[in-house]
Design a protein around this ligand. Structure first.
Ligand SMILES: C[S@@+](CC[C@H](N)C(=O)[O-])C[C@H]1O[C@@H](n2cnc3c(N)ncnc32)[C@H](O)[C@@H]1O
Length: 259
């Protein structure tokens, strides 16, 4: 099994996953946007909202997952909205952009000081960088998986993943990188108290995202075993009542505009 994104699994909690994008977009000030990009655009369902909000803009969605991009095709608008395969860290447009958006994607990309200052240089005067990233790494949804992966049974296969770095940094650091480059930065964090429905809801949530690299290391039999052990830990950490599981989820936001 590969670490491929599965748009179906990812889309199972579409309402909860989309809400932060709307909150991010609502915080973007009025601007004359002619060129916009959505980095880590996924299926492009949300990228399309950029094209709707800025009807004069040419919008690009960039993603490195063929599975996600396959779905994005139905969102393309000839001459207005297109999708391309590419690595976020390697994105190097020839001309400045007015708006760079990234929703729930940059936490997969290492070296944020270089990444963020590099993106900042891609917008012209008045240009905006708007980012939302999950900040749920201290939560039991992640800690339980890491603890399990570091047990003797799993450590030989999963230990390096479990010990891997967290790329997301404190919001104060993003402000500190961007202000010297002439940006005004608005930054905030929110914990959404999500109410997920269905059995093993937190497990199903992280199967669409955080667990993918873990599963990719295991064959089918081992994956099932790891999944059952994860399910027991997560059910204890997040008990459900009347089919509803409360899953607090912290997210970090910043909207930075070049002066
Ligand atoms: C959690 S999904 C979010 C998709 C979309 N932005 C949304 O909010 O629905 C993360 C996306 O980032 C993409 N991604 C992760 N790392 C990437 C990288 N290094 N370069 C390009 N895309 C990346 C994944 O393929 C995936 O589609």
């Amino acid at each position: 099994m590969s670490a491929a994104w599965d748009p179906g699994q990812y889309g199972r909690f579409a309402d909860e996953r989309e809400r932060p994008f709307h909150d991010l977009l609502n915080a973007v000030p009025p601007a004359d946007v002619r060129r916009a990009v959505d980095l880590g655009c996924g299926t492009g369902n949300l990228t399309r909202l950029l094209a709707e909000r800025w009807p004069k803009a040419q919008v690009l969605g960039l993603d490195n997952s063929p599975e996600m991009l396959e779905k994005s095709r139905e969102n393309a608008l000839p001459g207005r909205l297109k999708f391309e395969r590419g690595e976020i860290a390697e994105w190097a447009p020839f001309a400045p952009y007015d708006l760079i958006v990234s929703n729930a994607a940059l936490h997969w990309v290492p070296d944020h000081p270089t990444l963020i200052t590099g993106l900042a240089r891609r917008v012209g005067p008045g240009g905006i960088v708007a980012v939302q990233m999950p900040g749920n790494h201290p939560a039991p949804s992640h800690r339980e998986i890491i603890t399990l992966a570091l047990t003797p049974r799993w450590e030989p296969w999963l230990g390096d993943l479990a010990r891997g770095p967290i790329h997301v940094r404190d919001l104060a650091e993003y402000i500190a990188w961007l202000r010297p480059l002439g940006f005004q930065v608005s930054a905030w964090e929110t914990t959404y108290l999500q109410q997920l429905r269905g059995p093993n809801a937190v497990l199903e949530w992280i199967k669409g995202t955080f667990l993918r690299p873990y599963f990719a290391r295991l064959d089918d039999v081992a994956r099932e075993e790891f999944e059952s052990e994860a399910a027991i830990r997560l059910a204890a950490a997040y008990p459900s009542e009347a089919d509803v599981t409360l899953f607090p989820f912290r997210r970090l936001f910043f909207v930075a505009q070049r002066g």
